[in-house]
Design a protein around this ligand. Structure first.
Ligand code: SF4
Length: 507
């Protein structure tokens, strides 16, 4: 026979003489305390200005901001879950002073009041970190990007190319109808085909169909043509209006989602179905230092190189200063980015696309980069020692509008050259195009990246900015935005960045 176990007595209905204070229930080092301390310190006038004034009193924006920041810090992103938390979690209850905003209030505050101004709040927190000596805004920063899936429906593509094809089809079919009508009613339709519009639009199509209708009014027309005309009258102007609206939303992009027109279809690293399917997403760029986020920006392009100038400009706008150096991977090594950083006197520790390969294997023989350039004579020297004379200069404009200057050089005589097979496959004498500005930037970047400092920065980059994304996406489970639209998703990234910095500050 064992001894009888003894349990501590408890009584759920026990009344206490004095109710415990929530303050006592929140431990001294609890992360909720850093949220309260920091949010109490910052200037929230940018948020206050979003309130119209008058009417019923609102929940205090500082309290709602604490709820959201602490929510993002504890992986509670949905407004309904936050509503639950402010009613049952002592840390939320303490931050709220026992106020209980519902999910609509929380969501409206996040979507409307924080939209467009959260960066001002975020930058104040970074400035507090700088005041404490935890980060330095003038030191080097590490920049990288990741794609985060939009809240949009995954299968609601709108493709720029499909719109163009559909518009071209309408134009061609309208042209056929016009020609048919001219055949039947030559007298009534003497004008040349109005379907030769540069850009077909709803109004032109309406007018053209009306003219055809009028011309065929009392004529014997083919039944199928009548049916086609009925269909065209009913659908084409409406379709074209929709295409115009979609084209305006697309801007320079090739794709967007119907349910979140700001989201662009991108290839994601996380491909759970392993089918390479594109998903509606946003490109999030951050700059970090010691794993603290100093700057974040949201972009609609899937590549990183076009995002850097705007990202850096925002850094300057937020802090009125610039970092002394930027360390980034080869995705940012473009002529435009190197030139932008040079102009802002930021040292670029940025790889270019062939840097890693060149480190292992050297510059590829016969490649454009392997050809020696004689600057004073403005000619290249080919692998057989032949002079390649300068033949012309031109320009190439990138998708962001940056103008690259391109020089062309041509070998004097490639006929009979023993290297011809490995040198080039084109007809005639080899012609190469050289962007001298990019060539110089690449050379300078290569030298910098191979200095002691450059090697240190390269190693640190992998341990600085990359784990921040890993932490947000894998450890804190934020793999998809909850809100739709650029301004709202930007708020979500801002809240994640603030929560990340406070979590790290506390640690
Ligand atoms: S093929 Fe022409 S460009 Fe190439 S090595 Fe020979 S001569 Fe030079």
């Amino acid at each position: 026979m064992g001894t009888t176990p003894v349990f501590k007595p408890y009584d759920s209905d026990q009344l206490q003489l004095l109710p415990p204070s929530l303050e006592e229930l929140v431990s001294v080092n609890h992360p909720a305390r850093i949220v309260k301390k920091v949010i109490d310190e910052i200037d929230i006038r940018p948020i206050n200005r979003k309130y119209k004034g008058g009417g019923a009193s609102s929940y205090h924006p500082r309290m709602l901001l604490k709820v959201l920041v602490y929510g993002y810090l504890t992986n509670t992103y949905s407004s309904r879950k936050l509503e639950e938390q402010v009613r049952q979690n002592i840390h939320f209850m303490w931050l709220c002073g026992m106020k209980t905003p519902d999910h609509n209030t929380i969501n409206r505050f996040r979507s409307e009041k924080l939209s467009g101004i959260l960066k001002q709040i975020f930058s104040q927190i970074v400035l507090l970190l700088a005041e404490e000596g935890i980060v330095s805004l003038k030191e080097a920063v590490y920049t990288d990007g990741t794609k985060i899936e939009s809240a949009a429906n995954r299968y609601t593509f709108v493709w720029g190319k499909s719109i163009k094809t559909s518009k071209d089809r309408i134009k061609a079919q309208l042209d056929d109808l016009w020609k048919y009508a001219q055949g039947v009613a030559a007298e009534e339709l003497k004008d040349p085909s109005p379907c030769q519009f540069e850009q077909v639009n709803a109004e032109q199509v309406r007018q053209t169909i009306a003219k055809i209708d009028q011309a065929l009014e009392d004529k014997e027309a083919d039944k199928k043509v009548r049916q086609k005309l009925n269909y065209a009258r009913k659908h084409w102007p409406e379709n074209l209006e929709r295409y115009e609206d979609q084209e305006e939303k697309l801007g320079s992009r090739n794709s967007m989602s119907k349910t979140d027109p700001d989201a662009t279809f991108m290839r994601m690293k996380e491909d759970h179905m392993l089918n390479g399917q594109l998903k509606p997403a946003y490109n999030v760029q951050i700059s970090t230092q010691d794993q603290f986020i100093l700057n974040y920006s949201l972009h609609q392009t899937s590549t990183d190189y076009g995002t850097l100038p705007a990202h850096i400009q925002q850094y300057e706008n937020l802090y009125n200063t610039l970092p002394k150096a930027i360390v980034a991977d080869a995705g940012y090594g473009s002529d435009e980015n190197y030139a932008c950083l040079e102009q802002k006197e930021i040292v670029a520790y940025i790889k270019y696309n062939t840097f890693d390969k060149e480190q292992k294997e050297g510059i590829k023989a016969f490649s454009n980069d392997s050809l020696h350039y004689n600057e004073s004579g403005n000619y290249l020297v080919c692998p057989m020692g032949q002079r390649m004379a300068h033949i012309s200069d031109g320009q190439r404009i990138t998708t962001s509008g940056y103008v690259q200057l391109i020089s062309r050089y041509q070998a004097g005589n490639c006929q009979g050259c023993p290297m011809r097979g490995v040198c080039h496959t084109g007809k005639g004498n080899r012609i190469v195009e050289v962007n001298h500005s990019l060539r110089k930037h690449k050379q300078a970047a290569k030298e910098r990246l191979n200095t002691q400092q450059g090697i240190r920065y390269r190693k640190q980059r992998a341990a600085d900015v990359e784990p921040v994304f890993g932490n947000i996406k894998s450890n804190h489970g934020f793999k998809r935005f909850l809100l739709r639209g650029m301004s709202k998703t930007e708020v979500e990234i801002g809240l994640l960045a603030i929560a990340h910095n406070l979590r790290k500050w506390k640690a």
